[in-house]
Design a protein around this ligand. Structure first.
Ligand code: ZN
Length: 200
């Protein structure tokens, strides 16, 4: 399990709609944020609220129809552990907003783990990701940061950075898995088209 922890049992009123597979905005690349304005802070807050309402652990701008280079995460402490159960990144304050994030280093060692995505309801698949990364980003106060990440946290950040580059986890699935879920993907694309037509 990844972006989605569990299906919400009831619909909740949230500020932003989550865009699903087939929406062209998910293929757009982000533009860098040059200044942290009131609007950027409000966007981060709204994205965090939307992610929480959807019971997700990560959300990128494209998933709410925007293209600023911003992603938010809220990784539960129980996910942020090594194999022995030791906490890996206790100093990262959650929820966490990443502005203009960029991976500067990536471990050669990769691992495939099951991932989900809020833009792909009810779909999950094993996705190979680097086990460790070094991440450069600007925090919500405008300070430049660099941090080394491992395991689930590294995976979550790689997933969100993909979104900011218009890349979706379906692009990283094995050909066999893609064939297995082709029907589901087709249905989801059709549903997304219907929503887009109804709202434009
Ligand atoms: Zn996603």
């Amino acid at each position: 399990m990844f972006e989605k922890l569990a299906r919400p049992r009831y619909s909740v009123l949230v500020k932003l709609n989550i865009r699903t597979y087939g929406d062209p905005v998910l293929r757009e690349k982000s533009t860098q944020i040059v200044k942290i304005t009131k609007e950027i802070r409000a966007l981060a807050d709204d994205m965090i609220e939307t992610m929480h309402a959807a019971k997700g652990v990560g959300l990128a701008a494209q998933q709410v129809g925007r293209t600023e280079a911003i992603a938010v995460l809220d990784v539960p402490a129980s996910y942020d552990v090594d194999e022995a159960g030791n906490r890996l990144h206790p100093d990262i304050p959650m929820p966490w907003a990443l502005l203009n994030p960029e991976i500067t280093e990536m471990s050669e060692e990769s691992e495939a783990c099951e991932e989900g995505c809020l833009s792909f309801p009810d779909i999950s698949a094993p996705i190979p990701r680097a086990k460790e990364i070094t991440l450069k980003y600007m925090d919500i106060k405008g300070a430049q940061q660099s941090i080394h990440l491992k395991e689930f946290m590294a995976r979550a950040v790689q997933h969100e950075l993909d979104h900011l580059n218009g890349v979706l986890f379906v692009d990283r699935m094995s050909p066999l898995k893609k064939i297995a879920i082709a029907g589901q993907l087709k249905r989801l694309r059709r549903e997304t088209q219907e929503v887009l037509q109804a709202t434009t």
